[in-house]
Design a protein around this ligand. Sequence first.
Ligand SMILES: *Cc1c(COP(=O)(O)O)cnc(C)c1O
Length: 360
Amino acid sequence: MKTHNRLYIPGPVEVSEKTFEAFCQPMIGHRSAAFQELYASVQPKLQQVFHTRNPVFVSTSSAWGVMEAAIRNLTRPGRKVLCCMNGAFSDKWYDVAVRNGLSAEKVQVEWGQPILPEQVEAKLKQGDFDVVTMIHNETSTGVMSPVAEIAKVVRAHPETLFVVDAVSSMTGVRINMDAMDLDVLLCGVQKAFALPPGLALFAVSKRALERAKQVPNRGYYFDFLEFLKNHESNMTPSTPSVSHIYALQSKLDEMLAEGLDARYERHRIMAEMVRSWACELGFGLFPRKGYESLTLTCAANTRNEDIPAWIKRLRETYHCVFDGGYGKLKGKTFRIAHMGDETPESIRLLLGWLNDTLSK
Ligand SMILES: *Cc1c(COP(=O)(O)O)cnc(C)c1O
């Protein structure tokens, strides 16, 4: 592979040669028996990874396609969406709801804070919500919210469906869809799956599929019922990125060979390494204590480092990059991803390079 800057940004992340090899298999027709076999072969593995018996659909889009689809497919006319907002991605989901002509309300907390169950409960009591949207792992701030506790609160409202974005946490931490009784669990593949960007995966509950039937304006490309109909014959509604599905097949085999629990443990160890490294150097952690992400670290720049200069030195000397802070947090924080194929050994190397390129 040609020399490049190794990615320690929170998506896309490094893609292994093995994954690229799987990606580059000869093309097959998407209505062929070979494709149906490929689709069928990944399905039970996806269900294992999502910890669900619900179908897991494959969308050729980035995660936002499915994030928009979820609110469109599940909100009945005259009913509302409740958006839990604590960072750039979750804030934008509210905006996306409004742009779709849906009436949306907010549970909004400051960046760095988690969403807490009592905050959601207080809003839900006011009624009329068809959907609650939540981001499990707010990638912009490195905050992980307590999804299981929030699921309990939402479940107490039978008319309200719970849509969870696990774009940057899925496969890095256990998210048990069936145990939490979630309605939509979605992710992209360029984060902890360590595949090239361009595919999104989403599991949908029976309850949510029933709801979609009552929603007239679901559109076509992301219609959940089209996905279901095609899924029943091991196909997708339109031509998918077949190459991605080959890469996904290879990656799922790798994940299951490693063992999911071992994979979660590896991510936990890497997270602890990066956090203690940051704190030893005198950086802070941006998230409220106890809610730090397990797949990326968002450090507070309490040492007043010139972050862009640091990244430049790292890139020029060691050919790798991390992120200098998202949006309004640029310069005040920096983010290091420790997900996907990274290991405690590769993270140890990275931390050495980071030390080496610090200014003081
Ligand atoms: C990256 C990310 C997204 C957006 O994914 P796209 O691939 O750009 O659509 C959404 N939510 C979270 C939490 C993310 O980290």
